[in-house]
Design a protein around this ligand. Structure first.
Ligand code: ADP
Ligand code: MG
Ligand code: ZN
Length: 600
């Protein structure tokens, strides 16, 4: 097969498209496009109007309107509110026709080009499959591997659109400078990294940061996702990489952004699950390309991943992705900055305290925070409120974090009482233990995720190192619910399973990861890594003996027992608060931190 054989279908397709384009024009007749306002003026002096046709889709009340005047001239405008226009026409006494617009013109004539295109496409695929298994050579010939990287010149984002991330932005400053004026750096003989890898949890703003670098430097931004490379046919991914770099070289200085790089750049030779041949070829091509352009050519490859541990070490070699920037979850100040940034696009009530929202959202990423504000805006809209108030944010927080409250769900009095005791037990410990922060809200309203109630603390610190004491306090607070049940009811319920899971998790990491057990010491026994990514982890084997295993179990048990005893003593000491809080909760269903603190 030669190249010519494949150019013919494209020519045909283009011809069909052109033909189709003209046929639309001729079928509908030429009409001048006018604005909605101009159209309204026309309707107002209605004497000149012959026919009005409104095409609207029932779904969203938008559509187009065509007006033909007495002299046969046609005007067209798009509609954002078809009903309103109809009303206006009624008022002016103009007759009009409404057509439902299904979005497609279903006459045979108009379907024909689609059918033709489909047939051509099928033919194309057949040909491709017929000779395509031979590998990369064919794929290249057919341009099937044309890079899917999008030239995104519209990146208007700047560093100002990235809130927080002071260090990350600082680290990228030199990159921006380099992209702005590469010559300055070349004259100085300075080397700028070719590749920068951004590592961080999903939603922490890696893509945003890369775009902001391009926007700040005003250079083109090519982006492609690692998962785009994972194609069925061997060699296609590699061809795509080659095209992308070719394109980029023509447009340097520029940024190539490879999202989800772990999809292609996994450790080689260990893959479970198919198509790793393809991945290897793609990765190799990427490395070849990166080695192929010189340091200061003006292309900077940025990549993002949340799994740096499964990346092939080859890509981290000097001269490739030799700069790693960790994008961490925002701390409390950064969260406030992010909230403030996104709040600019919304209308907030004066009572909204973003600092406090930032405090309660430990662990939230930038994307989570954006989503929180968006949910709050939705709540406010549904409430017909002109502004978003703190209440809407609180509701959105519960909705996104714990699931939407289900106020209408019927709960038996017995369940209500047990839940009230359970949550009060948590709350007492949150209140008394310094390290886990005071109570923010206690509620016994069931939520969408299946929780019968919840106690939400308001952590006022945001330390990145957690002490042993703090961890113990966290365990104790988590145990509070079950302990309260034990103390008051004769029996215990299944409701504490999540708490127990959390306690176990903390205790195990204390012993196995953080070296916080005296008897075991500073040895890491964390065997399951970050699990599931079998590709690499399956090769790991346990490196400790059975004796050690039972010692670990003993230590975990001892920790749990110690915290349990301490927590129980504290709740016993404040049993009056437990009773009062339970009563109040059953009455009000929800208590604020202040209301609860007043019980002491
Ligand atoms: P990632 O690529 O790390 O998964 P994104 O860059 O796609 O995350 O971030 C998703 C969204 O979250 C962004 O579009 C932005 O609106 C918001 N966001 C995340 N981090 C920040 C931040 N530091 N400042 C402002 N907005 C942020
Ligand atoms: Mg992303
Ligand atoms: Zn609980």
């Amino acid at each position: 097969m030669n190249r010519r054989a494949f150019t013919i279908p494209w020519v045909l397709i283009i011809l069909v498209l052109v033909a189709y384009g003209t046929s639309i024009l001729s079928m509908r007749g030429y009409s001048e496009t006018v604005t909605a306002r101009e159209l309204e003026t026309m309707i107002e002096d209605s004497g000149n109007i012959d026919t009005v046709v409104i095409r609207t889709s029932a779904k969203n009340n938008t559509g187009t309107v065509t007006v033909v005047d007495k002299s046969g001239d046609r005007y067209q405008a798009s509609l954002t509110d078809a009903d309103r226009l109809a009303e206006k026409l009624d008022q002016s006494g103009v007759d009009y026709v409404v057509q439902a617009d299904s979005g497609f013109d279903l006459s045979i004539a108009s379907l024909l080009p689609y059918a033709l295109m489909l047939a051509l496409f099928v033919m194309f695929i057949r040909l491709f499959l017929g000779g395509g298994m031979g590998g990369g050579q064919n794929a290249r010939m057919m341009n099937f591997g044309k890079s899917r990287a999008r030239l995104n010149t519209e990146t208007e984002l700047t560093m100002d659109d990235v809130a927080g991330m002071v260090e990350e932005k600082n680290e990228l400053k030199e990159v921006v400078e380099f992209l702005k004026s590469p010559q300055r750096f070349r004259d100085m003989g300075a080397r700028i990294p070719k590749g920068i890898i951004l590592v961080g949890a999903p939603g922490t703003g890696k893509t945003l940061l890369a775009k902001a670098v391009a926007g700040e430097a005003r250079v083109p931004f090519y982006s492609i996702s690692g998962s785009d490379f994972v194609e069925m046919y061997v060699g296609v991914g590699a061809a795509r990489v080659r095209d992308m770099f070719e394109e980029a070289k023509k447009n340097s200085p520029c940024i190539i952004f490879i999202d989800e790089i772990d999809a292609v750049a996994r450790r080689r030779g260990t893959g479970l699950g198919g198509s790793h041949d393809e991945r290897e070829q793609t990765l190799n091509q990427m490395l070849v390309e990166m080695d192929g352009f010189s340091q200061n050519q003006g292309i900077i490859v940025m990549a993002a991943t949340n799994r740096v541990d499964i990346l092939d070490p080859a890509i981290m070699r000097p001269g490739r992705f030799d700069r790693k920037i960790t994008v961490s979850r925002p701390d409390v100040a950064a969260r406030e900055a992010i909230l403030q940034l996104h709040a600019k696009n919304t209308r907030l009530d004066d009572d909204v305290n973003l600092k406090r929202v930032a405090q309660t959202t430990a662990g939230y990423t930038g994307a989570d925070l954006e989503n929180l504000l968006n949910e709050a805006a939705i709540e406010a809209t549904m409430d017909d409120c002109p502004v978003i108030s703190q209440r809407h944010i609180d509701d959105a927080f519960i909705k996104t974090g714990i699931g939407k409250e289900k106020r209408s769900k019927v709960i038996s009095d017995r369940d209500k009482k047990i839940t009230a005791y359970h949550e009060s037990g948590h709350a007492i410990l949150f209140h008394l233990l310094e390290d886990v922060g005071p109570v923010h809200i206690i509620s016994i309203i069931p939520t969408g995720e299946g929780a019968a109630g919840y106690t939400m603390p308001l952590p006022d610190k945001d330390d990145s190192f957690i002490t042993k004491g703090q961890l113990k306090h966290m365990m104790m607070a988590a145990m509070g619910g079950r302990i309260a049940e034990e103390l008051v009811c004769d029996d215990i319920t299944t409701g504490a399973s999540q708490d127990i899971k959390q306690v176990t998790k903390i205790a195990r990491s204390m012993v196995m990861q953080y070296g916080m057990s005296d008897r075991i010491g500073m040895i890491n026994y964390d065997d399951n890594g970050d699990d599931v990514f079998l590709g690499y982890d399956i090769a790991h084997s346990k490196t400790y003996s059975n004796e050690m295993l039972s010692l670990i179990d003993n230590e975990v048990q001892a920790l749990v027992d110690e915290c349990y005893a301490a927590a129980k003593a504290m709740i016993l000491e404040h049993k009056d608060v437990l009773e009062k809080s339970c009563e109040l909760l059953i009455e009000k269903e929800k208590l604020t931190g202040e209301e609860f603190a007043a019980l002491f």
